[in-house]
Write a protein that binds this ligand. Sequence first.
Ligand SMILES: [Zn+2]
Length: 205
Amino acid sequence: MYLDAFSDNSFETNCWLIGADGTDDAVVVDPGFSPERVRALLAAAGRTPVAVLATHGHFDHIGAAAEMCGDDLPLYIHEADVLALSDPEAWGAGYEAPPVPVKDVRTVVDGDVLAFAGFRIEVMHTPGHTPGSVCYRTDGWVLSGDLVFAGAIGRSDFPNSDPAAMRLSLRRFLTLPDELPVLPGHGPRTTVGRERLRNPFLVGL
Ligand SMILES: [Zn+2]
């Protein structure tokens, strides 16, 4: 499997680049602010981007979405966060940001299955941090966005956050198998089992 990640902003947001063996395709997850860097990394790996996935609508995750997608690539984002692309203030981000005119936006909902870059990717709607936060999971990894980090969890004190929904989403995360690698929206990789054991925010859920 091809897997690379980098962080290009002060929020230390991870941009994940992933592709299965047996294909030259790759998916780009949460393109922060450096589409040229994404393209350079993919070119060096001999990979062609086929889709861009957003775990949620916060600007540090979708800042480069329009530039990254250009005319050709679709951006996938949950329907409850799609307003973040055009009107983040109305969406409830609590800030004003320039609209990101992504040309080809495709909304997802819980249970959708995306087939890209040799993967079967299932959409898990895990609201709380934002209304449309999702995890993307395969049999080999889960992209947890800003739901779970190594030793921490995402904030649920934004204007459009929902702490009660966050708790339910964290419980759902804990139904995933222990050995599953977790690729979070910020910070280092971890596993479901490690977080189950060591993450103080998951104790007692
Ligand atoms: Zn966020």
